[in-house]
Design a protein around this ligand. Structure first.
Ligand SMILES: NC(=O)c1ccc[n+]([C@@H]2O[C@H](COP(=O)([O-])OP(=O)(O)OC[C@H]3O[C@@H](n4cnc5c(N)ncnc54)[C@H](OP(=O)(O)O)[C@@H]3O)[C@@H](O)[C@H]2O)c1
Length: 275
């Protein structure tokens, strides 16, 4: 079988790195991109083809796409939109700039890259696009408003795109993981410390606990899985004749997916408020 080319964003750690390794082992030609040059160097040393791709920066994104397009001779089987970060903080403590930055990375960059890849897929007549959304793409949690908003928006955009791609052999899937071991909390802590003013917030007390949780080592939530759990779903989305529109990962995704279907919004709020 011809080697299939796959682009992955956010491969410096966590799910991106794990999926890059898994797909490479399986024989895919993986373009494992990363935001920072130092991580690109590490990925190259580990045997990957890697280019720098910062989702917050259009020029970086276009340049990465152009390099990969040249290297593959313009054949791209799949794009795994994985790179993102979580900006913790109560909704009323989010400035316009901080919220915009969260959208720049988690939604606008992902959308722009997808729009670069789509004409290639349309020309070749096939392709797979996989968006790494979240359990927080369909239920809300307190102090996760910015992240929630970007993942809900990603789900909306994807649902529309899926309809627009109907009848083509280009398939788009959403992965909706619950808690997965990665550097996510560490990166969220950095975003929190940089962008949220704790002293002036009515949530000062809550933030002390939030920071403790973000600083904790190891899993802090039951049913946390390793990133390989996401790899399994990515493989299905890449290799099944009928990739699913949505893939839950971890027990909490299945549980809250079910609860959202059967509970009223008010009941659901009561459940979510306890978390
Ligand atoms: N871990 C979970 O519990 C969980 C649950 C549901 C969904 N997810 C989703 O899974 C995906 C991967 O997260 P993870 O858990 O593997 O966390 P992670 O270890 O923090 O990895 C996130 C990756 O995204 C990259 N990234 C951040 N900003 C970027 C930018 N501007 N341009 C390009 N890449 C950027 C990070 O690069 P840097 O190292 O340069 O920052 C890193 O490589 C995300 O979409 C996340 O929303 C995670």
């Amino acid at each position: 079988m011809k080697q299939r080319n796959v682009i992955i964003t956010g491969c410096s750690s966590g799910i991106g790195r794990c999926v890059a390794e898994g797909l490479k082992e399986r024989g895919y030609r993986v373009f494992a991109t990363a935001r920072k040059k130092c991580d690109v160097d590490i990925l190259i040393k580990s045997g990957f083809e890697s280019v720098q791709l910062d989702l917050a920066n259009s020029a970086s994104l276009h340049s990465a796409f152009e390099t990969i397009f040249q290297k593959t001779g313009g054949e791209i089987y799949a794009l795994f939109n994985n790179g993102a970060y979580g900006q913790p903080g109560a909704v009323e403590d989010l400035s316009r700039d901080v919220l915009r930055q969260q959208f720049e990375v988690n939604l606008f960059g992902t959308h722009e890259l997808t729009n670069l890849v789509l004409p290639v897929m349309r020309k070749q007549g096939y392709g797979r696009i996989i968006h790494n959304s979240s359990l927080l793409g369909f239920v809300a949690l307190k102090y996760r408003g910015a992240y929630n908003a970007t993942k809900y928006a990603l789900e909306g955009l994807t649902d529309t795109l899926r309809l627009e791609l109907m009848g083509s052999d280009i398939h788009i899937s959403l992965i909706e993981p619950g808690p997965i071991e990665s550097r996510f909390r560490k990166n969220a802590l950095a975003a929190f410390e940089e962008n949220i003013s704790v002293e002036n917030s009515p949530f000062k007390k809550v933030y002390e606990r939030l920071e403790e949780r973000l600083k904790a080592e190891g899993p802090v939530v039951p049913f946390t899985l390793g990133p390989e759990a996401v790899l399994d779903k990515v493989l299905h989305a890449l290799e099944s004749k009928k990739p699913r529109p949505r893939y839950y990962v971890t027990f909490p995704s299945y549980l809250f997916g079910y609860l959202k279907r059967v509970l009223s919004a008010r009941m659901m709020d009561k459940v979510l408020n306890r978390i």
